[in-house]
Structure formats: structure tokens, C-alpha cells
Design a protein around this ligand. Structure first.
Ligand code: HEM
Length: 274
């Protein structure tokens, strides 16, 4: 016997009211997949990228708010937001399992239609990196043809990162640090003072519980980010081998270099000291 949801009280007349699709603007979202090659597998390729961009949008929303909360000593909400960002990153790590069902011959069919477009030009990804402290002015260049986007990205590039705000918090809690005022657009350089401060925190968690929790949230986040980078390069090698990327780099050789990026260096180093 089939169920009639209306008898269960489900609303079924939306003539004059907002429904699910209206609220989520689904027509626009679901009308944004334009297959250029016409190949069956291109749908996977497009949706994989688009969903990653949507998750990155949420990640940025949370990261900006977490940075703001740390700057105003509002740590409980910051922890909650950072935990969410790590879970999003893990979600993105798992999503490589779907893309890895794409085989080399399947990718080759759509490759001619991609032109020079590449995730390398993802401005949201660049903003995530800037917010997490990986500052590299060269990464602004692919966006120079879009001045409004460059202004937006430059703001993230020139602002303190999440880690910069964490270090300013350490200073407000009494640690003497040499990294609290600097040109925020410069890449972050390892500091022994910062290492010593984190060492104090890790040696006495009960005394510095909030800072200890913050440090672990940051490590969680970088751990998940490292896994994302690793799964990306492995998936890429599986699909295109050592061919050049559509964005023009050496491909796997470039992505392997990115595995060496360290976002929160003292938090990793401190583990050897303990
Ligand atoms: C078949 C699938 C994919 C291949 C073959 C691929 C390949 C590559 C290659 C070769 C690069 C280096 C730049 C270049 O020369 O193009 C790159 C960069 C990048 N890709 Fe992918 N990718 C794939 C899927 C994805 C997906 C699903 C995302 C999610 C958004 C993504 C995001 C990125 C990002 C953000 C970069 C820049 C990394 C950095 O500069 O550190 N890629 N990709």
C-alpha cells in the first residue's frame, strides 16, 4: 500500500509559498553544470569541483569568524568553528574516493575541453591558504585580470592569518613573542620564542587549557589539510601520471612540492621537544 504524505500532514501545495527549491535556489545551483565535451564522465568532474568550492565557501565563512573570535578572546565559539572546518576538510579528503573512479582514458576525453583552467586558479582555495598563513604574492597573479577579485584576495593576503591571531592571543596571555606585529603579507617564519611559548602550554595543559585546546584544534586542521594535499596529488598521479597540468605546471612534481608547506611550524616542532 502506498503512503500519501498529505495524510501524514505533509504540505503539498506551494502555489503561494516558498518551497525547498526556492529556499536553496536549486534551479540556479543545478543549472550550473555545463558539459563541454558531452562525455558522460564530465558530470563527475564538474560536480566534484563545484561541491569542493561550496565546502570551501563554508570553510572560509567559519575560518574568518574563528579568526575574529580569537582576536576578541571569544575562544569557545572559535573552537566550535575550527572543529567544523576540520570536519569539512575531512569530508573533502574522503571526496577523492569518488573522483578516483575516473580513469586515465575517461579523463583524456575531456582534457581538450578544459583549456588552461585548473584548480590552481581557485580563488577560494587561495583565500583558505592565506587565512591559514601560507602567504605567497605569486598566487595573486592568476587573478590579475579580475580587479575586483584581486582586491578581495589582497585583503586576505594582507591581513593577519588565523595563526597570527593565535600568537597575538598568546602574547595577551603573557608570553613574550616577536611575531605579534609584522608585515602580515610576508610568509611566516619559524620563531624560537613562539616554540618556547607553545612548549610552556604543552608542559602545563591544566594551567593553559584554552591555549592547549586551541593548539590541538590547529594541529587537527593542518593534519586534515595535509591529507587533502596528499590525496589530491595521489589522485592526480593515478589519473594523469606525470603529464603537465592544465594550469601549466609540471603537475605531480608541482603538487609534491606543496606537500612540504608547513602552516603552524612551532606546533609541529614542539612535539619533538616534549
Ligand atoms: C582529474 C582531476 C584533477 C586533476 C588531474 C588535477 C590536477 C591538478 C594539477 C596538475 C595541478 C597543478 C596546477 C596545474 O598545472 O594545473 C592542480 C592544482 C590544484 N587543484 Fe587539482 N586536479 C584535479 C582535481 C581537483 C579537484 C576536484 C579540486 C578541488 C577543488 C582541485 C583543486 C586544485 C587546487 C586548489 C590546486 C592548486 C594547488 C596548489 O597550488 O597548491 N583539483 N590540480
Amino acid at each position: 500500500m502506498s503512503t500519501d504524505p498529505a495524510k501524514e500532514g505533509a504540505k503539498t501545495d506551494f502555489t503561494d509559498q516558498m518551497d525547498y527549491g526556492d529556499y536553496l535556489d536549486l534551479e540556479r545551483v543545478l543549472d550550473a553544470q555545463h558539459l563541454r565535451s558531452g562525455d558522460h564522465n564530465e558530470m563527475l568532474f564538474i560536480i566534484q569541483h563545484q561541491t569542493s568550492e561550496l565546502w570551501m565557501k563554508l570553510m572560509l565563512h567559519e575560518l574568518r569568524a574563528a579568526r575574529g573570535a580569537i582576536a576578541t578572546d571569544d575562544l569557545s565559539p572559535a573552537f566550535k568553528m575550527l572543529a567544523r572546518v576540520s570536519r569539512i576538510m575531512e569530508q573533502l579528503v574522503h571526496s577523492w574516493d569518488v573522483l578516483s573512479t575516473l580513469t586515465p582514458p575517461e579523463y583524456s576525453k575531456m582534457r581538450p575541453y578544459l583549456g588552461s583552467s585548473s584548480g590552481f586558479q581557485s580563488w577560494q582555495y587561495r583565500e583558505v591558504e592565506f587565512l591559514l598563513g601560507n602567504k605567497n604574492a605569486a598566487m595573486l597573479k592568476p587573478h590579475a585580470h579580475r580587479p575586483e577579485l584581486t582586491v578581495y584576495l589582497k585583503d586576505a593576503f594582507e591581513s593577519p592569518s588565523l595563526y597570527d591571531e593565535a600568537l597575538r592571543l598568546l602574547a595577551r596571555r603573557g608570553f613574550v613573542l616577536d611575531r605579534c606585529e609584522r608585515d602580515w603579507s610576508e610568509p611566516y617564519a619559524f620563531s624560537e620564542q613562539v616554540e618556547a611559548a607553545w612548549l610552556c602550554v604543552y608542559r602545563d595543559p591544566d594551567r593553559y587549557w584554552a591555549l592547549y585546546e586551541l593548539a590541538e584544534e590547529l594541529i587537527d586542521l593542518e593534519d586534515a589539510f595535509r591529507q587533502w594535499r596528499f590525496r589530491h596529488v595521489t589522485t592526480v598521479e593515478r589519473i594523469i601520471g606525470f603529464k603537465r597540468g592544465t594550469g601549466g605546471t609540471g603537475g605531480v612534481s608541482y603538487l609534491r612540492k606543496m606537500l612540504d608547506v608547513v602552516l603552524f611550524p612551532e606546533l609541529w616542532k614542539v612535539r619533538t621537544d616534549l
